[in-house]
Design a protein around this ligand. Structure first.
Ligand SMILES: Cc1cc2nc3c(=O)[nH]c(=O)nc-3n(C[C@H](O)[C@H](O)[C@H](O)COP(=O)(O)O)c2cc1C
Length: 226
């Protein structure tokens, strides 16, 4: 699959509008399809181009491609077969320890080294976020994690689609059992599980509310009583 140059070109020129319209949650996968470690890393790199609060990159990813490891996920995900049949299951987590001035400084140092930021700007940024990190509640940090994690997860699903893969985001699993089974460190919070692979066929079409049902436009909800 990957490594074939014409495929690479084709995937990289996937039309953005097709990608967002054609992504559907797929639940039936071809178990014979393998995704290489290299391609999963490329996919994660693309996902990580997503924004994150003060660019802290708090995301962490637990990747499962090995059949024996994926099999452990089956009871944890209440028998959802896609965790076994999809080529990979990627669990998005967030590091609660990311919200420190030291981490902020560490990331911004890379921007300085890359010539994107001056040391002066780095220090101004560090000072401006320091107070927040020192006083932020666990609840507030967790809310940031869910936002940052949601954004990276969405980007991951779209990047996968652009490469010709299907996905399904999943919260239908026992976080408690998952954490126990895979010894998830205390500082990581679970955000979303995502199965990635080639669907056996088209996923169910789904509907959306009409755009006018959800908009408040300059003083008035366009449609009342939703
Ligand atoms: C946070 C979240 C959790 C979800 N959990 C599951 C899940 O555990 N199993 C599943 O089959 N689908 C799950 N879904 C998929 C939704 O059912 C699906 O996105 C929705 O029905 C819209 O369909 P579409 O993604 O095909 O457009 C989840 C979606 C989200 C955003």
């Amino acid at each position: 699959m990957w490594g074939n140059e014409s495929m690479e070109k084709e995937n990289r020129s996937a039309n953005f509008y097709d990608v967002i319209r054609e992504r559907r949650s797929a639940r039936s996968y071809d178990p014979s399809i393998k995704i290489t470690e290299e391609e999963i890393k490329e996919l994660l790199e693309e996902a990580m181009l997503a924004p994150s609060r003060t660019n802290l990159n708090p995301w962490r990813f637990m990747v499962f491609t090995n059949p024996a490891e994926k099999a452990k996920l089956l009871p944890i995900a209440f028998g959802q077969q896609q965790v076994v049949d999809a080529s990979a299951v990627i669990v998005v987590l967030g590091d609660m320890e990311a919200y420190t001035a030291a981490n902020d400084d560490h990331i911004n140092q890379r921007a300085v080294d890359a010539g994107f930021m001056t040391n002066e700007i780095k220090d101004i940024l560090s000072n401006s976020v320091k107070g927040y990190y020192e006083s932020a509640s666990e609840q507030s940090k967790k809310e940031s994690q869910m936002l940052d994690g949601g954004l990276v997860a969405m980007q991951l699903m779209l990047a996968a689609k652009a490469r010709g893969y299907d996905t399904v985001p999943m919260l239908g699993y026992s976080v408690e059992q998952f954490r126990k089974e895979f010894n998830v460190p205390e500082n990581l919070v679970n955000i979303l599980m995502i199965a990635v692979g080639k669907a056996n066929g088209p996923a169910y079409p789904t509907v959306r509310r009409g755009v006018d049902e959800v908009i408040y436009w300059n003083g008035t909800w366009i449609t009342a009583n939703n």
